[in-house]
Design a protein around this ligand. Structure first.
Ligand code: PEP
Ligand code: MN
Length: 337
């Protein structure tokens, strides 16, 4: 159950409401986001559910059967919009987030940024801390790379999406990034989730390669639970028996998630299929299934990219996907509404 209080509510009202609920045998957690004051009831049973209506400061009561609460579409109907810089992520917009797997240096960044601006794209991705399967692979340029990335992004008016891998990096990164990416391997790193939540910076949370939808949504709940409602979910492919391609983009998840959560859902066809030749097709399939955006790896010279070169698109392919994504999205909207 979520008890929604009037927003904003004074500390006294919140304390009074918590005492009222505790006296009824309920345990709850107070969550404040920029536009709501909530008490999430996570334990206890009521004899008469109507009695919570007498809770001090109450504006609405939502009964939720899902185990995750704040990210559930059972309390917040309709789709949420996440504001990032001057852009909105959500039902009324479609965004591509593109850039290299790894930040490699100023020329590469400059070339990608120019391309994105020429295509009307507002978000640039690029990893400076890279989770790599082998400790001998290139593991990112670190803070030096982030500084370069910020300079180039600012020069071109772009927002930055980059992965944070550990709690200790958050403070120094928070003022430099527009969106923290939590990578697939860290989906269930609960300490990291809570800490990025507390930073207040928008979060792009990737599903892990073997994470169920239920687990994925519980992870998003960790971020929301500390008051950060700026969350974008990303389906990036799961591991199946199929070995012909790197992963299998779970198109089902894109449609299904939209029914279970109010959060925006995007897809990453680059990691989702892992083969350049198929990234555009799979990306368009994700948009057809309802994705609110795409996260895609591109590079001025994909064949010499230091990481993920087999799935990295050339600019002309990226341009097709950007245009196709917008058209598929518009077609979907025309059909659905
Ligand atoms: C990435 O986006 O480059 C990345 C490492 O993604 P994932 O965490 O989905 O593997
Ligand atoms: Mn990558």
């Amino acid at each position: 159950m979520i008890i929604q209080l009037h927003h904003p509510s004074s500390k006294e009202t919140v304390d009074e409401a918590i005492q009222f609920l505790e006296a009824m045998g309920l345990s709850c957690r107070h969550v404040s986001t920029p536009d709501s004051t909530l008490l999430v009831v996570y334990a206890g049973q009521l004899q008469d559910p109507r009695s919570v209506r007498r809770c001090p400061g109450v504006s609405d009561v939502h009964h939720i059967s899902d185990e995750f609460k704040l990210v559930s579409s059972q309390w917040k109907q309709g789709r949420s919009t996440v504001k990032i810089g001057g852009n909105n992520f959500g039902p009324k917009s479609f965004h591509s987030i593109m850039g290299p797997c790894s930040v490699e240096g100023p020329e590469q960044l400059e070339s990608v940024a120019k391309f994105l601006v020429s295509q009307g794209v507002s978000f640039m991705r690029g990893g400076v801390f890279k989770p790599r399967s082998s400790p001998y692979s290139f593991r990112g340029m670190g803070f030096e790379g982030l500084k370069l990335f910020r300079q180039v992004a600012d020069r071109h008016g772009l927002s930055i999406v980059t992965e944070v891998m550990e709690v200790a990096q958050i403070e120094a990164m928070a003022s430099q990034v527009d969106v923290f990416q939590i990578g697939a391997r860290n989906m269930q790193n609960f300490n990291l989730l809570e800490a990025v939540g507390k930073s207040g910076v928008p979060v792009l949370l990737k599903r892990s390669m073997s994470g169920t939808i239920e687990e994925f949504l519980h992870c998003a709940e960790y971020v929301y639970n500390v008051g950060n409602d700026k969350i974008i979910l990303c389906e990036r492919g799961i591991r199946t028996f199929e070995g012909a391609y790197r992963n299998t983009l779970d198109v089902n998840a894109i449609s299904y998630l939209q029914a279970r959560t109010h959060l925006p859902v995007i897809a990453d066809p680059s990691h989702g299929v892992g083969l350049r030749r198929h990234v555009v097709d799979v990306g368009l399939a994700a948009v057809a299934a309802g994705a609110d955006g795409l996260l895609v790896e591109i590079h001025p010279r994909p064949d010499s990219a230091v990481s993920d070169r087999d799935q990295t698109l050339y600019f002309d392919q990226a341009a097709h996907l950007i245009e196709g994504g917008r058209k598929f999205r518009a077609l979907r909207e025309a059909l659905m509404h």
